[in-house]
Design a protein around this ligand. Structure first.
Ligand code: IVH
Length: 707
């Protein structure tokens, strides 16, 4: 067992290969202890033993800096205690923003708004533009003008209660100034640290032999999420207000007005802000802020555009996790030059082979980067990227670092073009297939490939899927290596292996009990999460929801998918859903699901192994039916088709509204349609509705129905 051997060896006796294995072992181990300590409040080793692990990690890295891992414990800053904090449910989810990088993206943002609202190109909506601060978002709740609660964003739905910590932030009002504030006012904004304070803090940390922070963002996060508010108080944090959550009375008719009131009540706002109109105006603002960026006392990573009128914001609403009425326009990425030491291949859960550049670690915009994605075979060929090359890499926001180009002048004489593997790097070395016209090469091992198995399991337990507390990436790998988990259903059979887990290093009665309980807690799961967790190609979270809402129950969904898959197998050449069959057409009829995705779902269900995997898993679980709608609106669960030109709303607005009321919006009329809403100049769909005897509503009747 190499694991034990490297663990016992002196650092200066390690070979490079052993060092690499040792760093992997330490990273996993330290991550696990961090989790036990911070999240589960159940440390299993002494502080001294923990420090020894970290020191050993640092010593190995000092000897082999090129082997530092992207997930190295020494790169993690501001150890963030999650345990010990109470939880706060956000009554209105804290969402994030979509990103624009190029002017075209901003143009498309404006065009989408105009389309959605049914405006002509000349009727530009007013947009409030603000700098985008790089800190962490936070919600402050005031009742009767008094600060009563502070919370982090967390996963958007549940955050950590950090009231005592936010009270230490000097430039946020403990009691609201002025008058006219709503009884309940939840102000949202960004907690950040100024550049100057960040530099001074790092100097102090360094002098004290404590951890230095990689950037102001990390410093702010690490300072705010301290269990001891005294530490937070000693850190110079600031707060900018830019949005709100729950409010018992409106803040005005526009962003501009709301900003004015927030300022009156004592909040500092993101400045310089500007009310803009039209694309040129927005782009001029962007250029101006970019040129002022270096002089600003705080770090910004772009600007944010928000529709000024709040009634329009309301109409525009949200798409999955971001508002339609706002977007972040990011500044260009920061770049650096370094050496590409090696290209390795990563296998994803769908078998996709992704080449990864292993870099000489380098700091880019304050963050140490040691790996970058190379996307695929063609990308490597197109940029002619070779092992040993000097490359320009860039990092933008939270995205994975990328290789921009090769510095050809520095290319070593003997370098050779990279040869993409023809077999999977896994022990089975299954052949790699790359279908005509596709960029992605995949391992053909399917369910058999051990690398894919592990990746699929990691996806299965991830936050938006089963989200099993205490069963993270490291434990999956550990249990998989130990032969305890091969397929998702095995997770729910782990309780039969209590003794075997207990025998393992680092597991004790309490931690095993916690893990098994967390697994039991997930035996009941919503159909939407269940579907997403299966990891079907192209089926993300929102598609999981769509499918769950459309089919309601697991059995119904499974039967329909198998039927659709069978129909497709019999008509592989058909170009239209209706030519394939009824179940297939019904699947494609769900707005947001096209033939391409339907075919991937079909391919999944045509594979008997997949079918068996789903059955095996379902037998362990209680999959909760998803009510067709969560509201008690009269259209909840109904299938609606809109046709013809609508007057009071655009088609997308009508669709979004209907869906928010729990209706399913379909593109074509069938026996299953409940209502057809007929606008002006309706054509064949109205006729079909008549033939089938489906209820037809005028636009006014529809409005009256939904109230
Ligand atoms: S508005 C519904 N305005 O950037 C979302 N966000 O990348 C409302 N941020 O989650 C957010 N400056 O943490 C808004 N002026 C600004 C901002 C800002 C920074 C952060 C915020 C948000 C993230 C999205």
């Amino acid at each position: 067992m190499p694991k034990r051997a490297t663990a016992e060896k002196d650092v200066d006796k390690l070979t490079a290969a052993e060092a690499e294995a040792e760093l992997a072992r330490l990273a996993a181990l330290i991550a696990q202890h961090d989790k036990l300590y911070h999240e589960q409040d159940a440390p299993m080793i002494s502080d001294a033993a923990y420090d020894a692990l970290r020191r050993r990690n640092e010593a190995v890295e000092a000897r082999f800096p090129e082997l530092q891992r992207a997930d190295s414990p020494s790169l993690k800053v501001g150890a963030a205690p999650a345990a010990g904090f109470g939880k706060v449910q956000h009554s209105i989810p804290m969402l994030s923003l979509g990103n624009a990088f190029a002017p075209e993206d901003v143009a498309e943002f404006l065009a989408r708004i105009a389309r959605f609202l049914g405006l002509s190109a000349e009727e530009a909506v007013e947009v409030m533009a603000e700098p985008k601060i790089d800190g962490l978002s936070c919600a402050l709740r005031y009742e009767g003008g008094k600060l009563v609660q502070g919370a982090t964003r967390g996963d958007g739905t549940t955050g950590e209660e950090i009231t005592a910590n936010v009270r230490t932030i000097a430039d946020l009002p403990q009691t609201l100034k002025g008058k006219g504030w709503p009884e309940v006012l939840e102000v949202r904004g960004e907690v950040y640290m100024s550049r100057r304070d960040f530099a001074a803090l790092n100097e102090r940390q360094e002098a004290a032999g404590a951890k230095v922070f990689a950037n102001p963002r990390n410093a702010a996060a690490g300072s705010l999420r301290q269990l001891d508010p005294k530490i937070t108080a000693s850190r110079p944090l600031h707060f900018f207000g830019y949005a709100w959550g729950e409010i018992s009375a409106p803040l005005g008719a526009t962003m501009a007005e709301a900003r004015g009131r927030l300022a009156d009540w004592g909040f500092t706002l993101n400045e310089p802000a500007a009310l803009c109109s039209g694309l040129d105006d927005l782009l001029a603002y962007y250029q101006r802020i970019m040129s002022e960026r270096a002089e600003l006392p705080f770090e910004i990573d772009g600007v944010v555009y928000k529709v000024n009128r709040l009634d329009l914001q309301q109409r525009l609403g949200f798409v999955s996790r971001a508002p339609r009425w706002a977007i972040a326009h990011k500044f260009p990425a920061e770049q650096a030059e370094t050496r590409l030491n090696a290209i390795t291949i990563q296998v994803g859960r769908t078998g996709a082979l992704t080449p990864v550049a292993n870099l000489e670690p380098i700091s880019v915009g304050g963050v140490v980067v040691a790996r970058a994605t190379l996307h695929n075979e063609d990308e490597i060929a197109r940029k002619d990227i070779r092992e040993g090359d000097h490359v320009i890499i860039q990092r933008a926001g939270d995205v994975i670092p990328q290789v921009v180009e090769v510095v050809k002048a520095k290319r070593p004489k003997k370098s050779k073009p990279f040869v993409f593997p023809t077999t999977c790097p896994c022990p089975l070395a299954t052949p790699v297939v790359r279908p005509e016209g596709e960029a992605v090469a995949r391992c053909s091992g399917g369910l058999e490939c051990p690398y894919q198995q592990v990746r699929r399991l990691m996806h299965f337990v991830s936050r938006d899927a089963f989200d099993i507390e205490g069963l993270g990436v490291e434990n999956i790998q550990e249990f998989w290596d130990a032969g305890l988990i091969k397929a998702p259903a095995d997770i729910f059979r782990l309780r039969g292996h209590r003794a075997a887990i207990l025998e393992r290093e680092r597991w004790a009665e309490q931690s095993v009990a916690n893990l098994l309980q967390a697994i039991e807690d997930r035996r009941r799961i919503g159909l939407d999460r269940f579907i997403y967790a299966l990891g079907i190609r192209q089926v993300g979270q929102s598609t999981g929801k769509l499918l769950a809402r459309s089919y309601g129950e697991l059995a119904a969904w499974q039967a329909a998918m198998i039927q659709a898959a069978t129909e497709r197998a019999a008509a592989p050449e058909a170009k239209k859903p209706a030519e394939v069959g009824e179940a297939y057409a019904e699947l494609c009829d769900i707005e947001g699901i096209g033939m391409n995705m339907a075919d991937d779902i079909g391919a999944f269900f045509r594979d008997p192994q997949h079918k068996a995997m789903v059955d095996d898993l379902a037998a362990e679980l209680e999959v909760e039916a998803v009510a067709a709608a969560t509201t008690d609106s009269p259209v909840a669960g109904k299938t609606v088709v809109f046709t013809g030109t609508l007057v009071t709303m655009t088609r997308s607005e009508a669709k979004a509204k209907a869906e928010s009321l729990g209706a399913k919006v379909a593109g074509s009329v069938s026996k299953k349609t409940d209502y057809v809403v007929v606008g002006a100049d309706a054509g064949s769909k109205a006729k079909k509705a008549e033939q089938l005897g489906v209820a037809m509503l005028s636009e006014e009747e529809w409005q009256a129905l939904i109230g």
